[in-house]
Structures are given as C-alpha cells and as structure tokens.
Design a protein around this ligand. Structure first.
Ligand SMILES: NC(=O)c1ccc[n+]([C@@H]2O[C@H](COP(=O)([O-])OP(=O)(O)OC[C@H]3O[C@@H](n4cnc5c(N)ncnc54)[C@H](O)[C@@H]3O)[C@@H](O)[C@H]2O)c1
Length: 315
C-alpha cells in the first residue's frame, strides 16, 4: 500500500497522546489523524473534543480508529503505557511498558504499515530498542523521541542563564532520556560562538558548578513536574510535534532522537539519543559528533546501563 505522509496515528490517548494530537491540530501537518487507545471511549472522546477545534485550526479529519487504519500512515506515534509514579525511575517502568509495547507491535506488524514508528512511551530508549527488535523494521523507520525534550530544556535554561534567545543556543543532551543522560558542553555554542567565548563577550561566567546546576535541573525536571502535577505532557508534545514536522516536511534537520546504534561511537545492541539527521525516511544519518574524554565515558556508561536493562528483557 502506498504511504500517505499526510496521515498519522497516535496509539495511546492519555495525557501525552492527547497533547500530541492537540499539537498536530495546531501545526496542520496532517490531513487525517487516527487516535487508537485500549480504552476506545477515551479515543472517541479525544477525537470529538479535538474536532470541535477544527474550524479554528487546520483543515483535517480526526477520528478514533483501529489498527486497520494505520496501514497507509506515514507516521505512527506510540505513547501508550503506564505513567511514572512519583519517585519511580523510568527504567522501573520497563516491565509494565514492554508488555504493552509487545501487544501493540503485534497489531502493527500484522498490517502492511511502511511508515515511521515514533516511540514516546517510557523508558523511551529501551522501548525504541524493543520496537526495532520485535518489528524487524529497518532501523531508520523506528526512532524514539529521546532527548529532543531534554535538549529543549538545556537550550531554554542556557538561554535564560546567558540572557540570550534560546533559539540561538546550540547544545545537546545525549544518551539515555533519563538519569544517565549527559550534556555535551564541549560542543555547546551560541550562534557559532563557543560557549566560553560567548560568556566572555557577555561579561559572564559559566563554570563547572553552574553547568552542573543546569544539568541537574534538566535531568530532574520530569520528576519535579510529576511531583507537582502528576504527569508531563506539554513539553513532550512540542518535541514530538517538531520531530513530526521534520519527517513530514523532509527537513533533514538535526535532532537528538533515540536511535539503535550499530557500531557508531563503538556501541551496539542499544538505543539512545544521538544528534541525527531526520527527514521523510525517519533516521537519515547518525552524527558521530566530537566528544570530550569524560563525555565519551559518560556516554559509554549510559549505554551500559541501558544495555543491561535490555539484556534483562530476553527479547
Ligand atoms: N518520552 C518522553 O519524553 C515522555 C514524556 C512524558 C511521558 N512519557 C511517557 O508516555 C507514556 C504515556 O504517558 P501519559 O501521561 O499519557 O499516560 P496516561 O496514563 O495518561 O495514558 C496512557 C494511555 O495509554 C493507553 N493504553 C494502555 N495500554 C494500551 C494498549 N495496549 N494499547 C493502546 N493504548 C493503551 C491507556 O488507555 C491510556 O489512555 C508513559 O510511558 C510516560 O512515561 C514520555
């Protein structure tokens, strides 16, 4: 079946799935959005509510559907799962969410779906790897939202700290979307100016303690939000909207999505976030960016922790 790049589906219509649907409606990226949830009434309710906004949004169709509707989709976003409880790490979610992912993949692979599978459910890196393994799809078609959100947080916090537009800040969080993630300070820059040079020109300093404070704030951000309101969804919806836009518009943009590594950085049998070129075919190219020695060690350690969890799943 021919791929319809203007048709997408979201599997899982909870806080995250519904917020992504709302973002897609605002973006006008798709002409048809299908909502699928184990709780059919929830999907129907969200489709009805979102459709009420169509006259003030994009021209599109939003329907509650079944897996039979995904065959021609260019993009399927998976957000189904159980949510992180206060104090629970993302990795502790794995057993519960891996079982859900298995059941969803059985449905998807039973259809002739040839589009991009974008995993958002946590722990997103482990589930991206699970999805790739169980689907057997080529790796460019199975990607995770990874640290696209964390990287937005880094840009935002650095922009605030340096009193500069966060859109001019170029820096990445890589590795696990979770506790072992790392900031690549060695490559951070503001409009091409090395971070240290920019700080000097700005008459400011950002030494290690300041960097560590920013890093911790990013790493702990989801926990802090969950403590206060029980879940996170707007930030991730914006991040997924951006990834979808890169795919639909074939932008060849660089985003730190979660990808299955096959020897890049000397790593394999793991998925984690690495700046990658994203376009119509999903993952176009994993970029092996220069890393400092401690950054490389931290990336290896992050990969090791994720691989241990993956191995424990006996896929
Ligand atoms: N990657 C990220 O940055 C990020 C950010 C926030 C949340 N998340 C993750 O997204 C996931 C969803 O979070 P939420 O707040 O929307 O949770 P939620 O509980 O509000 O929604 C989950 C939805 O999934 C549905 N569901 C469960 N099993 C299903 C199945 N087998 N098939 C179809 N639908 C199924 C449920 O009915 C529910 O509507 C969680 O795993 C959460 O940790 C990821």
């Amino acid at each position: 079946m021919a791929i319809n790049y203007r048709k997408a589906a979201i599997v899982g219509c909870g806080f995250v799935g519904a917020s992504i649907a709302f973002r897609f409606l605002q973006q006008g990226l798709f002409s048809h959005l299908v909502l699928i949830d184990a709780n059919r009434e929830k999907a129907e309710g969200e489709a009805m509510d979102l459709s009420d906004g169509l006259p003030y949004g994009a021209s599109m169709e939003i329907t509650a559907g079944t897996y039979d509707d995904i065959a021609e989709c260019g993009l399927v976003v998976v957000t189904a799962g159980v949510n992180q409880k206060p104090g629970e790490t993302r990795l502790q979610l794995i057993e519960r969410n891996a079982a859900i992912m298995r059941s969803i993949l059985a449905e998807i692979t039973a259809r002739s779906f040839e589009g991009i599978l974008l995993i958002v459910s946590n722990p997103v890196d482990v589930l991206t790897y699970v999805a790739r393994e169980l689907s057997g799809y080529p790796r460019h078609r199975v990607i995770g939202s990874g640290t696209v959100l964390d990287t937005a947080r880094l840009k935002q916090l650095l922009g605030e700290e340096l009193a500069v537009d966060s859109r001019n800040v170029h820096a990445f969080i890589v590795g696990e979307h979770g506790d072992s993630e790392l900031a690549v300070w060695s490559g951070a820059n503001v409009s091409g100016l090395d971070l240290d040079d920019f700080c000097r020109l700005r008459g400011q300093e950002l030494h290690d303690p300041g960097r560590e404070r920013i890093y911790r704030e990013i790493r702990d951000s989801a926990d802090e939000i969950i403590k206060r309101k029980g879940a996170t969804y707007y930030g991730i919806a914006m991040a997924v909207g951006r990834i979808a836009e890169c795919i639909v518009k074939d932008e060849h943009a660089v985003l730190p999505i979660s990808v299955v590594l096959e020897g890049e950085y000397g790593l394999d049998r793991v998925a984690l976030s690495i700046p990658s070129i994203v376009g119509k075919n999903g993952l176009e190219k994993i970029l092996e960016i220069p890393l400092g020695e401690t950054e490389r060690e931290a990336l290896n350690s992050s990969a090791g922790q994720l691989r241990e969890v993956i191995t424990g799943l006996n896929l």
